[in-house]
Design a protein around this ligand. Structure first.
Ligand code: PEP
Ligand code: MG
Length: 890
């Protein structure tokens, strides 16, 4: 018999933390918490397999589920001494979803289930608190009504607002038992009016309808969108947790809270979160009342920390916090309720955190001895480091404050104001930086939050939807900026006498909660402290070297600052666009004869020599790979009539001549055309000039420093060994000349990019002429798939949406196809040259998943853009730790 239902609490725990696939994260951890002796109200989990079966069997349940639920419910009744549906001592339960990975706010919850016209009286009598009983009943109708019966939640709020108006009070807490009773009457009448059916009174029917609604919520649009954004499979399903209710709304010695065992924004080792006295769970997140801080240290004037207001329960919670961190060895995100000063735990899970917090927590926990350094390296998502490497607001920059809210997610962002998620998505897709401004966000807004550079809300706290989601996405967020008024109809926001309309620019500082009018200057991040520490640990375990793709001194400097161990790709053509040189480049292209070209190239030589000398100096002995000219020549000529006229005049040629040359150079598929080594073969003088510049620069720096750099000269777009033989011979010829002139001999390497399938397949032949290979996986992806790098955006999103490709293959390497070519080329290359140096310099060199693949192939280094160097260092360490090397020798 399949076990569909797992018990937890009151001495019977069928589940464990490692059973999250079956029990969902919430169910697995409730069982785990109960089994380590924490106070968990008893309950049971209906497994994710039931969800899967439910959808497979046309939305029906396995036949034996009913009996298992009955038995589990009976156990809970016995454990708490109450009976479900009993007129005198009714058991109430919560029904909550819980998937394998947490999907905050994505699915539905029903609390206080089991109340009806009879049991509410029983609850009132048993608790001696009719107000509490009727408040619970109205909460139940409200939640059940919106989640299960699909009644718009505004309809409920209208009735409460009317009751408050009637009674002349401002807060829900000021309403009496009688008031709530009439609210309940109003609710029931409204539900009947909207649904045509009276509110269900039978607790068992309520239970099954709630369970079905939770399973149903697995397929609602917001859950589907969330899954798509987070790569969660629809097959996983959700579990349903049914648990005896404990009440945070029974009076002043009751409370409920949501908190983190460390600060999820900064990682600071302090109890962090919010709680509310005399409230139930949803009140904390809904923003109806302002939640209060947990720790007194975090309390501002006028706030009442739990530490001071409920010292006993707080003390217990501090002990639980330590137990949980020791047990899970990670920062936990917990939910709790205090009922008459007694603490109950309702949830624990590894807490979502910002990149900064993730780094600090990993390093602190290693230093505290909770985890090893190796574990700390594995804990930090390399891609998230990107967020730490980006600028923050320059403290000295002038700024005009518009308003202030809560610092909900750190980082700074400037952009144009938009007021809807759809507009954020639309303008974001066009490459515009947008700030999404909402009164509050809901799960329906996540596509817009994803597209926005920053998020601003005027309502809600640190655990509001906007705050939680923005932190997870790494978007700066200012939440609950109450001083700002948003008018969706007028498409404007106003604060302190300023009006900002849609399309105008604001700047957010997610670290302080401040909002500024217009753009504010930003500064580079600090790379010391915890960051440097983790990087040192990562460097001590990684095998692959990390180099940078850089050609300007600024990029090279940045790369070194980020820990690059050399340059893996200097795209020399980028040096040609400088205003001081482009004239000579164009003169070279326009020249009709070899002599003419040589004259123009002679003008370029000193510039190139200086460029290379500077790179050698900055890299101070580290390897520098210089790629000879790659793009088709037409890229250097102007294209509009006006520009052509101007450039022609500067060069002293007729515009018509330039038009003719452009026509000669025009190709149907320039990326498959006259470029790369093909240029070097047609116009040997170009590569000769570049080689000369490299060797002369080497000689200069050798003289200056007494230590000669060893340049690695790289020929692009090789398809055949013969191409490499010819271009290599050009380079060697120049080397001999320069060495003779200088009266010295210098070391250098000549290698090739492997960026065409033919080169990969014949790599054993090519290796005979190459001192190294560098995989140009941008072109290799382009030519393996036959996807144009420049046009693929038109259809690739459809391919990814339809699951034809799991990811954009220009971002993360296609292991099966392009990766196979990389592997073949590596093996063939090394079969003729043992220890042939291998690297990668396509964009994939900065992508953690691709870096993991490179480790399995045994590449010597990856090369990526300067800002991604730390990402690559950490990813390479993780790849080494996960045993990529073992795979390589297998
Ligand atoms: C490549 O093709 O992967 C590469 C690094 O060269 P480029 O992007 O300049 O074509
Ligand atoms: Mg290329």
């Amino acid at each position: 018999m399949t076990q569909w239902v797992y018990n937890f609490g009151a001495g019977r725990n069928d589940g464990r933390a490692d059973m999250r696939n079956l029990l969902g994260g919430k169910g697995a951890n409730l069982a785990e918490m109960a089994s380590i002796g924490l106070p968990v109200p008893p309950g049971f989990t209906i497994t994710t397999e039931v969800c899967t079966a439910y959808y497979k069997q046309n939305e029906t349940y396995p036949a034996d589920l009913d009996g298992q639920v009955e038995a589990a419910l009976a156990r809970v009744e016995e454990a708490v001494g109450l009976k479900f549906g009993d007129a005198k001592k009714p058991l109430l339960v919560s029904v909550r979803s819980g998937a394998r990975v947490s999907m905050p706010g994505m699915m539905d919850t029903v609390l206080n289930l089991g109340l009806n016209d009879v049991t509410v009286e029983g609850l009132a009598a048993a608790s001696g608190d009719p107000r509490f009983a009727w408040d619970s009943f109205r909460r139940f109708i409200q939640m059940f009504g919106s989640v299960v019966l699909d009644v718009d939640h505004h309809r409920f709020e209208e009735i409460i607002e009317a009751a408050k108006l009637d009674r002349g009070v401002a807060e829900d807490t000021e309403l009496t038992a009688e008031d709530w009773k009439s609210v309940v009457e109003g609710y029931k009448a409204m539900v009947l009016e909207v649904t045509g059916i009276p509110f269900p009174q039978d607790p068992k029917a309520q239970l099954w309808r709630a369970i079905t609604a939770v399973f149903g919520s697995w397929m609602n649009t917001r859950a589907i969108t969330y899954r798509r954004l987070h790569d969660i499979s629809a097959e996983w399903g959700t579990a349903v947790n049914v648990q005896a209710m404990v009440f945070g709304n029974m009076g002043q010695d009751c409370a409920t809270g949501v908190c983190f065992t460390r600060d999820p924004s900064t990682g600071e080792n302090i109890f962090y979160g919010e709680y509310l006295i005399n409230a139930q769970g949803e009140d904390v997140v809904a923003g109806i009342r302002t939640p209060q801080p947990m720790a007194q240290l975090k309390a501002k004037p006028g706030e009442h920390s739990m530490e001071v207001a409920m010292p006993e329960a707080y003390g217990e919670l501090v002990r639980v916090r330590e137990t949980l961190e020791r047990h899970y060895t990670d920062m936990q995100d917990i939910e709790f309720t205090v009922q008459q000063n007694k603490l109950y735990m309702l949830q624990t899970r590894n807490g979502k955190r910002t990149a900064a917090a993730s780094l600090k927590i990993a390093v602190d926990m290693a230093d505290e001895g909770l985890i090893s350094q190796t574990e700390a390296i594995k804990r930090v998502n390399p891609a998230s480091l990107d967020q730490l490497l980006h600028p923050t607001l320059d403290p000295k920059a002038p700024r005009k404050l518009l308003g202030k809210g809560l610092p909900a997610s750190p980082g700074a962002a400037s952009g144009v104001v938009v007021f809807s998620a759809d507009e954020a998505e639309m303008r974001g897709a066009k490459g515009e930086a947008v700030i999404l401004v909402r009164i509050e966000t809901s799960p329906e807004d996540i596509h817009g939050m994803h597209a926005a550079k920053g998020i601003l809300t005027t309502r809600g706290g640190m655990t509001s939807h906007a705050a939680v989601v923005a932190r997870g996405m790494g978007r700066p967020c200012v939440a609950g900026a109450g001083g700002i008024t948003v008018d969706y109809n007028a498409q404007a926001l106003s604060a302190g006498g300023h009006i900002i309309r849609a399309g105008e620019i604001i700047t957010l500082d997610g670290a302080t909660g401040e909002i500024f009018i217009g753009n504010v200057a930003m500064i580079e991040p600090q790379l010391s402290g915890d960051f440097a520490k983790l990087m040192t640990w990562a460097d001590s375990v990684r095998r692959m070297k990390v180099r940078a793709n850089a050609e300007t001194p600024l990029d090279a400097d940045t790369a070194r600052k980020f820990g690059a161990e050399g340059i893996g790709l200097c795209r020399t053509e980028h040096m040609f666009f400088d205003p001081a040189r482009i004239g000579a480049v164009r003169q070279m292209i326009m020249a009709e004869t070899t002599e003419g070209r040589r004259d123009a190239l002679a003008r370029l030589l000193p510039f190139q020599r200086d460029d290379f000398a500077q790179l050698f100096r900055i890299m101070a002995g580290l390897p520098v790979t210089i790629r000879l000219l790659d793009p088709p020549l037409h890229e250097f000529l102007p294209h509009s009539d006006a520009e052509i006229a101007e450039v022609a005049a500067n060069l002293g040629v007729e515009p018509a001549t330039m038009h003719r040359r452009l026509e000669e150079l025009s190709e149907a598929n320039p990326m498959l055309g006259h470029r790369g080594c093909r240029l070097g073969i047609s116009f040997p003088e170009i590569y000769e000039m570049q080689a000369r510049a490299i060797f002369e620069a080497t000689a200069i720096v050798a003289k200056e420093t007494g230590k000669a750099p060893v340049p690695e000269i790289m020929i692009p777009l090789i398809a055949t060994k013969r191409e490499l033989d010819i271009t290599r011979a050009q380079v060697e010829g120049v080397a001999a000349q320069v060495f003779a002139e200088a009266g010295t001999t210098l070391e250098y390497l000549v290698g090739t990019m492997i960026e065409l399938p033919r080169a990969a397949i014949t790599a054993d032949k090519i290796a005979e002429a190459a001192d190294f290979f560098s995989f140009g996986t941008n072109d290799l992806t382009q030519t393996t798939f036959g996807f144009s790098r420049d046009d693929v955006g038109k259809f690739l999103p459809d391919y990814v949406d339809q699951g034809i490709l799991p990811k954009d293959p220009f971002v993360s390497i296609d292991v099966e196809g392009v990766g196979a070519l990389v592997r073949i080329a590596s093996e063939k290359g090394r079969s003729v040259k043992n220890g042939l140096k291998l690297g990668i310099c396509g964009e994939h060199g900065g992508d953690p998943a691709s870096i993991a693949f490179c480790e399995t192939v045994g590449l010597d280094y990856v090369s990526c853009s300067p800002y991604r160097v730390p990402v690559a260092r950490l990813a390479a360490a993780q790849a080494a730790l996960s045993g990529g090397g073992a795979d390589r020798t297998a």
